[in-house]
Design a protein around this ligand. Structure first.
Ligand code: NAD
Length: 451
């Protein structure tokens, strides 16, 4: 009796919450984990899958695959009462939100096969009424541009808000990952739809504090970057294990020490720049590549990193050259920062060493300012005008190039710089200025991939 009252109490409490009707399309690892989490929180869920055998199993409370804890969570009394399963999209017509979790395998040429996604989306479009706003939220992993393609497939008479909410869970720890470890990334164009998805997810995942709201393309790229970053790190450790085995070093201790590098350079603090320089990374990666070569490892991530860094520097120099050759009115260029990084006067392998000769080739006047590195640079390039302040360097300039992210540059008054420079061209190789501020003060600018 007591148990029944308690159960009824719990049910009443859940029903008192503002429940959302959600359809989950695709009953695989992602779809069913998502279902378990959202239903447990009291949302009403209709799960749709084209695989009738899967639906049969699910209606008899059997998980079609093994995933720790998922069978128990999905079919516990609370959760089960909020979930129904069907092969027919029409059974989900009352849903406010459609979560698409279908497979996106690769085509023979290596590209992403989005046909299941388009098929699922088209079926939703055929099913939903024309007068009601519906949110379609994609959880499948897709290449950048896919959300635009989905938007283009949507007929004008339907009121569909598309959102991308990538999933980061791993099989084997899916529930725990989704509930406690992963960020919430929401990419969208409609503020209302973003807000609704955010509310649903934050109610269901109260312990997750990392919420990133962005546009479709950034959200799409976050998921690909995430997986490739994992692949990159695993591959690097495998390559290190090979060299350890060959020279008699211990990979267990090497990776333990590498783990500590996260304290010096946390992944969250990684920022793009003009390419790594300084006294250590360029020489030590090259010397390590040589060690690897000597043991027959000729094509490793270290080799590719060296090439990629060179390529990255070349692309920056090409971008500067493109501006210089297309804008004959550029006569004076300002370099802010000469050291290879802030808080040092070291100019070894600094990008300024490549840029000054390029500007000299174009017979331009060069103004430069760096809080500590000007003396070293003067010994190599005495023809540059070294200035007392960043503002002095920016005066009458036609192009400002930020090369080092000194704190004092981050605090510069952009409005004042916009007034004192001659032409408002700016290249920010360290992303120290917010694009919105550069736009506000009328700069024509290039950053390293920030929008
Ligand atoms: P899955 O193969 O386990 O399940 C997908 C389900 O979708 C299948 O049951 C299939 O029958 C169903 N389906 C296919 N087309 C359908 C349609 N038109 N309508 C309804 N149902 C349809 O796939 P998954 O592992 O859950 O992955 C789904 C997506 O999530 C993929 O894009 C994947 O890359 C991504 N992802 C997977 C994981 C993971 O660990 N598995 C993690 C993060 C992201």
């Amino acid at each position: 009796m007591k148990k029944t009252v308690l159960f009824l109490g719990i049910l009443l409490w859940y029903h008192a919450l503002p429940a959302t009707h959600i359809a989950i399309i695709g009953c695989g690892y992602v779809g069913l984990t998502c279902c378990a989490v959202l239903a447990h929180q009291g949302n009403s869920i209709t799960c749709i899958d084209t695989d009738s055998h899967k639906i049969e199993l699910l209606t008899t409370a059997t998980l079609p695959f093994y995933e720790p804890g998922l069978q128990e969570r999905l079919f516990d009394v609370q959760t089960q009462s909020f979930v129904s399963y069907s092969t027919r999209m029409a059974d989900a017509v009352a849903a406010d939100i459609y979560y698409i979790c279908v497979p996106t395998p690769i085509n023979p040429d290596g590209s992403c096969n989005c046909s299941y996604l388009y098929q699922a989306y088209d079926t939703i479009l055929k099913t939903i009424p024309s007068h009601t706003v519906k949110i379609v939220c994609i959880k499948s992993t897709v290449p950048p541009g896919t959300m635009d393609n989905l938007a283009a497939r949507t007929p004008n008479h339907l009121l569909v808000d598309l959102v991308y909410n990538p999933e980061f869970m791993r099989e084997g720890s899916a529930l725990n990952d989704m509930q406690t470890r992963n960020p919430i990334v929401i990419g969208g164009e409609s503020c209302d739809a973003i807000a609704q998805i955010k509310t649903v997810l934050q109610n269901a995942l109260p312990t997750i504090k990392d919420v990133i709201i962005t546009n479709w393309k950034t959200a799409e790229l976050i998921k690909y970057s995430w997986n490739s970053f994992s692949a990159l790190r695993i591959t690097y450790v495998n390559e290190l294990a090979n060299i350890c085995r060959t020279i008699g070093a211990d990979i267990t201790l090497v990776t333990r020490a590498l783990g500590c590098s996260e304290k010096l350079l946390p992944t969250a603090d990684l920022k793009p720049g003009p390419g790594y320089g300084g006294s250590c990374l360029p020489k030590d990666t090259r010397a390590f590549a040589q060690v690897l070569n000597n043991h027959g490892f000729l094509e490793t991530l270290v080799h590719q990193t060296i090439r990629s860094n060179e390529q990255h520097k070349k692309q920056l120099l090409q971008a500067i050259e493109t501006i210089l050759s297309s804008r004959q009115d550029i006569k004076t260029v300002t370099l802010l920062g000469l050291a290879f990084k802030p808080n040092t006067d070291d100019i070894r392998n600094a990008i300024a060493l490549d840029i000054i000769p390029l500007l000299t080739q174009y017979a331009l006047s060069i103004n430069a300012y760096d809080p500590k590195a000007m003396l070293h640079m003067y010994t190599q390039f005495p023809h540059v005008s070294y200035c007392a302040t960043a503002y002095d360097a920016a005066k009458h300039s036609d192009l400002i190039i930020v090369l080092t992210e000194w704190d004092e540059f981050k605090a510069l008054d952009l409005a004042h710089i916009a007034q004192i420079c001659k032409t408002k061209h700016l290249i920010d190789t360290r992303n120290i200025f917010a694009p919105i501020d550069l736009k506000t003060f009328g700069f024509d600018y290039i950053t390293m991939g920030s929008v």
